[in-house]
Design a protein around this ligand. Structure first.
Ligand code: C2O
Ligand code: CU
Length: 475
């Protein structure tokens, strides 16, 4: 899948080897390759159960979950025509790419949602290597909850794979959380469940890795592999572990970190981690990627099967990923200071907030599906939370006054995290989605160098939908 998909997304016409396979509209207008969003079916659970009706992306043929992996090299362009064959409007967001504003897919802020039967052409440069993903950005809880997400991999300009101390192979693992009924159908009709929204959000009951429950991946003895882990769940925070595989973290949200050994990897919704693992040199007990659903018990969500000829193991030290070299360093001497105060939700609540320009009490807010707010404004689309001048450093204080953690995502930028405490962040991590624990304050800083209107929201999509949403402007 990786290589056949790859070339079809490149902008250059000569790369369109598969042109004869493109659906009719593309040929008619000789435009970008198609990314079709449409209902499909997926065998998420073992085959004694029925296939699950999903919404899925396809570049050709029927849609799959996750959507086809899009793979380019840093500096290349992705060009694709979204064709909406869903029963509702949609838009595609290219999560984590420092993208031109008009291509951000953040409906309704950067584009109007694409109606059923309509198309939208996306074309953007991918400045920074790393692990990203694309997903629907309209009715996110429902559209991502039904399957509209896929990996977007931007390779290093100079290949890291195969270098001394690097991995020899990589695996993209997109993790999703589905709420299925006894017939393996997605539980619909509860997408705006306010009880779930005012707690941790819509929790599923079935975790898939690349669209399968507990798939198995081959590993050779002694092999060093780079895992690209993507949390594509609508709401679930995923504590992950790779026992027996000596995991070393090499990137967060696409941005390199100095390799560090990790016992667990905590991925909030939308976050990514690149992790290098070493397969044992001798046959060993069962190996797996494990997830702790919050009850303290770890269970395998994907297996690794030792198979094939042993490889000569790489020397101990993991080779760091090459630095981006593209991200301006924040200058904290005179930053623009801004704050995001999170309020609301179960156990704390809020007295009121303004919604659609009107001040409302708790009950009226709830009647409008709102249980959260940023800075006293719920789902604020009327005015920006702050305005920065292009090139200005923004120091943003993220204060969580609620009982739950939140995954705060900044569009169009990556920020340097300066936590004061807490389990979720280490000083200096650079991320596009920052977990902020209950009652925690996290400072982040970034250079506002990408002009436009950028969303800032909780990536627990039930929280976003019920109020945790705003935007900022870079002029
Ligand atoms: Cu991953 Cu506003 O999105
Ligand atoms: Cu949240």
């Amino acid at each position: 899948m990786i290589n056949s998909t790859r070339r079809t997304f490149l902008g250059c016409a000569a790369a369109l080897g598969g042109v004869a396979l493109l659906p009719r509209n593309a040929l008619a207008r000789a435009a970008a390759p198609i990314l079709r969003a449409a209902p499909s079916n997926a065998q998420l659970v073992p085959s004694q159960y029925p296939a699950t009706p999903v919404w899925a992306y396809a570049t050709e043929g029927v849609g799959t979950v996750p959507g086809p992996e899009i793979r380019v090299t840093a500096g290349e362009w992705v060009r694709t025509r979204l064709v909406n064959d869903l029963p509702q409007s949609t838009a595609v967001h290219w999560h984590g790419i420092r993208i031109a504003n008009a291509m951000d897919g953040a409906a309704p802020l950067t584009q109007t949602p694409v109606e059923p039967g309509s198309t939208f052409d996306y074309a953007f440069e991918t400045p920074d290597p790393g692990t990203y993903w694309y997903h629907a950005h309209h009715n996110g809880t429902e559209q991502i909850g039904r399957g509209l997400a896929g990996p977007l991999i931007v390779e290093e300009r100079d290949p890291w794979l195969g270098q001394p101390g690097a991995a020899t192979r990589e695996l993209t693992l997109l993790l999703a959380d589905w709420l299925l009924d006894d017939d393996a159908a997605i539980v619909g009709g509860r997408w705006d469940d306010l009880h779930a929204a005012s707690h941790s959000g819509r929790m599923g009951n079935t975790i898939t890795v690349n669209g399968k429950t507990r798939p198995a991946f081959d590993l050779r003895l002694g092999e060093r592999v780079r895992l690209r882990l993507i949390n594509a769940a609508t709401d679930r925070v995923m504590p992950l572990a790779l026992p027996g595989l000596s995991p070393r973290l090499v990137a967060l949200d696409g941005h390199p970190v100095p390799p560090r050994a990790v016992e667990t990897i905590l991925l909030g919704p939308a976050q990514r981690a690149d992790v290098v693992i070493d397969a044992p040199q001798k046959a060993s007990a069962a190996l797996s990627l494990q997830l702790n659903p919050g009850n303290g018990e770890w269970s395998g969500i994907a297996g690794f099967v030792l198979d094939g000829d042993p490889v000569v193991p790489e020397p101990g030290e993991v080779r760091p990923l090459p630095a981006w070299g593209t991200l301006a360093a924040p200058d904290l001497t005179e930053p623009l200071r801004a704050a995001v105060v999170m309020e609301g939700g179960a156990m704390r609540g809020m007295d009121g907030a303004s919604f659609r320009g009107e001040r409302m009490g708790f009950r009226d807010l709830a009647a409008n599906g709102i249980v959260w707010a940023f800075n006293g404004v719920a789902h604020g689309l009327e005015a920006p939370m702050f305005r920065a001048q292009r090139g200005q450093t923004v120091q943003l204080q993220l204060t969580n006054r609620t009982f739950f953690p939140h995954a705060i995502h900044l569009h169009g930028h990556h920020c340097e995290v300066q936590p004061r405490s807490g389990a979720f962040n280490q000083p200096g991590d650079v991320r596009d989605t920052v977990m902020v624990g209950a009652d925690e304050t996290v400072d982040v800083a970034f250079v506002a160098d990408n002009p436009g209107k950028w969303m800032l929201h909780c990536h627990m999509l039930s929280h976003q939908q019920s109020g945790m949403m705003g935007w900022f402007e870079v002029t």
